[in-house]
Design a protein around this ligand. Structure first.
Ligand SMILES: [Zn+2]
Length: 332
């Protein structure tokens, strides 16, 4: 019996495979594939004709083919999208380089809630329409952090937590079954929805051959998600580790970034030793409660300006490279 597969990007597995196959066929690799690639490039439309479509094409197939061969038409997407942008440091750095950037963060209002299906659909629509050339996601890590592992399990009826309550484990990645407090159950649900959405955006950008990156703390359980593990194994993707202290903060905060079609090697900077290798001082802790209320980790969410500038440089370079990739299909 056919096992149901959760729909995210393409609706079902067959459709997803088709898009991937069409994308592979459109790649200029010579030989039979090269001929397939030549066939996949849309012919110049005849007067009143339908271009490269054939009468036997289904709309979905035609769309997937058009998507895979978009490089033949010199249409350049316009906007960089920073999802979960927070203070928008990376967006600012990209604007300084002359890019149009959309900062997407829930702090802008309820319409910017990416756990809502309508907002997710809107973002996917922009990507599929080719209006986005790159995406960076600072996926919320609050429910995925291991810092919660020593926290209590909140009882039903108990007020706000003094310390973050325990929500997940390696065995129960999608949420501990013993979590019953409605606020914690809801936090897990939102965390799962946002993580699934980020995975789908990462996969879709890969399919579209556009630069995409996702950031989370180095030890975040988000990295254990099978979809991200799979994405990390693509030939076009790679991980980098970087410690925030190396970019100017008093805390270390080891961070991992997964990038696809963007080289992030220049932001890989690790701090070794008991004292900070940059300042020769002890790192400030970001665990526990801050003096003015709230969790200390919240203050450490903002990326240091130097890291934003370095990331913007990487993405700028990827933008130039992606234009080259798109143009190569003109000459096969
Ligand atoms: Zn350090």
């Amino acid at each position: 019996m056919k096992k149901p597969i959760p729909s995210d990007v393409w609706g079902d597995q067959a459709e997803r495979s088709l898009a991937l196959r069409l994308q592979r066929e459109a790649l200029p690799e010579g030989g039979a594939r090269g001929r397939a690639a030549a066939a996949a490039v849309p012919r110049r439309p005849r007067e009143g004709g339908r271009g490269g479509d054939t009468a036997a094409d289904l709309p979905r197939e035609a769309f997937a083919r058009a998507l895979a061969s978009r490089g033949a038409r010199l249409v350049q997407p316009q906007v960089f999208l920073e999802l979960f942008s927070g203070h928008g440091g990376l967006s600012r750095a990209l604007r300084e380089r002359g890019f149009a950037v959309l900062e997407w963060d829930i702090c802008r209002g309820p319409a910017w809630d990416l756990s809502a299906r309508r907002a997710q659909k809107l973002v996917r629509g922009w990507l599929l329409a080719g209006q986005v050339w790159g995406v960076f996601m600072g996926t919320p890590c609050q429910t995925w952090t291991r810092a919660r592992d020593t926290g209590p399990l909140r009882e039903l009826g108990q007020a706000g937590p003094q310390l973050p309550s325990r929500l997940r484990s390696d065995q129960h990645l999608m949420g501990l079954p013993e979590v019953t407090h409605p606020a914690d159950v809801q936090a897990i649900r939102i965390g799962n929805v946002l993580a699934g959405f980020c995975c789908s955006i990462f996969e879709l950008m890969h399919l579209l051959q556009r630069p995409v990156a996702l950031e989370n703390p180095a030890r975040s359980r988000l990295w254990l998600l099978p979809r991200l593990k799979k994405a990390a194994a693509w030939s076009t993707s790679h991980f980098v580790y970087t410690d925030m202290c190396q970019w100017g903060t008093p805390w270390k905060k080891p961070t991992r970034i997964l990038g696809d079609r963007v080289s992030l090697h220049s932001v890989a900077r690790e701090c070794h030793g008991k004292l900070c290798s940059r300042t020769a001082k002890k790192h400030t802790s970001i665990h526990g409660l801050a003096q003015g209320g709230g969790f200390k980790t919240k203050a450490a969410q903002q990326y240091p300006p130097a890291l934003c500038k370095a990331l913007a440089r990487c993405l700028d370079h990827a933008h130039g490279s992606s234009k080259t990739i798109a143009l190569t299909s003109l000459f096969v």
